[in-house]
Design a protein around this ligand. Structure first.
Ligand code: GLV
Length: 390
């Protein structure tokens, strides 16, 4: 037959991508060195050189997570994929789980667990606040969950949740401690082993400054014992850790088998991001994020803006939430920053939607100069956006 659908005219033109300052909650800017790593020639996902690069990634994740866990890999996909990987592999239908909900990520984790038929119990704190260890322990004793999920950096509310002591509580109540560190890893202190975290994951596109599409995850011995002794197969073939452990050379078997085609270029970039973090040092990165966040917070208050998180110690250093100033339309402020300053900032998400503006300064974006750019854009927006419109 002659073809009846012609080539699309749009594809016969070159495409353009504008240069933007990615100062929202992610993805963040990718530095040239990481972009260049991703632009290297493709090799096979099963070539020995690729396996060596994956081994280096594993070591980089162990450093970034501060863990000696052998079961440490990067999932092919975004932070959401890692969230599903964690829950799908460690929870079986009918099992009780406990989710801390103080923003959108606890809600998402609850829905994912519900979809596989788990008995989902939640403990909630208002967005902008966090849960005490007493409340957590009471719920662990009551619901006897197999996992307790907590978001360390709640990017929707801008809260960094305290972690100390929770790992011990989970151990005492025979439950695995699962931590979402997508928005905090690399930007705030986290010590997977010392803090008794059993499963932790992050995304490549936040403080690691890699393109979206790869998600580091690590499992403790206790987590491995549970997930490799299940009665039922995990619902997802793609995310089955029996396969992924083999693909990443973590199962002690002599040969790696084909499972899926990993994102080769994404792994090159992730390798380079982890190299940059290793060269800089975690402590320096944590310190810089804290200093820059404090600088930004002071500047925002000087502009007359109010931070959404009252408790200074609970403010996430990577993503700052600002109360939408009275009488303004948040969408207008966000659009103004984009149009006149080429800066991406964002509105709220889930429970904070319509209530906050969000500024993310993560990884290489975390500098006082960038904070000043955001402050100048917001100062301009406050003068130029019309209060009367709301
Ligand atoms: C995504 O991670 C967001 O916080 O918007």
């Amino acid at each position: 037959f002659p073809i009846s659908i012609p080539p699309p005219a749009c594809l016969l033109q070159p495409f353009e991508v504008p240069h933007r300052h990615m100062f929202g909650p992610g993805p963040s800017d990718v530095p040239p060195r990481v972009l260049a790593a991703g632009a290297r020639p493709i090799i096979g996902h099963m070539h020995k050189e690729m396996f060596e690069i994956m081994d280096h990634i594993k070591k980089g994740i162990q450093y970034a997570f501060q863990t000696q866990n052998n079961m440490t890999i990067a999932v092919s996909g975004s932070g959401h994929t890692a969230m599903e990987c964690a829950i799908f592999n460690t929870v079986e239908p009918g099992e009780s789980v406990l989710m801390a909900v103080n923003g959108i990520w606890g809600e998402r984790a609850s829905e994912i667990a519900e979809r596989i038929g788990a008995k989902v119990n939640t403990i909630t704190a208002a967005p902008g606040s966090f849960l005490t260890n007493e409340v957590i322990e009471e719920a662990l004793a009551k619901h006897k969950p197999v996992i307790f999920f907590l978001t360390h950096g709640e990017s929707s509310s801008g809260v960094i949740h305290p972690i100390d002591g929770i790992g011990d509580l989970c151990l005492k109540h025979n439950c695995l401690f699962l931590v979402d560190a997508v928005a905090s890893l690399g930007g705030a202190p986290l010590y997977m082993d010392k803090q008794g975290i059993d499963i932790m994951y992050t995304g490549s596109q936040k403080a690691l400054n890699s393109p979206p599409g790869t998600a580091p995850i690590s499992f403790s011995e206790r987590a491995c014992k549970k997930m490799f002794n299940r009665k039922t197969k995990p619902v997802s073939y793609f995310l089955d850790m029996t396969w992924l452990a083999n693909y990443w050379g973590c199962d002690g078997k002599p040969a790696r088998m084909y499972h899926h085609t990993g994102p080769v270029s994404g792994f090159f970039s992730l390798r380079e991001s982890l190299a940059i973090l290793s060269e800089m040092g975690l402590e320096d990165s944590w310190r810089r994020h804290k200093e820059v966040a404090e600088h930004l917070h002071k500047g925002l208050e000087d502009l007359g803006l109010k931070l959404f998180v009252d408790d200074k110690n609970a403010r996430l250093p990577t993503v700052t939430t600002i109360v939408v100033p009275g009488g303004y339309d948040w969408k207008e402020i966000v659009a103004y920053a984009m149009k006149h300053h080429q800066i991406e900032i964002s509105g709220g998400l889930g429970p904070s939607a319509g209530k906050v503006l969000r500024v993310g300064l993560m990884g290489c974006n975390s500098s006082k100069a960038n904070a000043d750019m955001v402050l100048a854009a917001l100062g301009d927006a406050l003068k130029s956006c019309h209060k009367s419109k709301v």
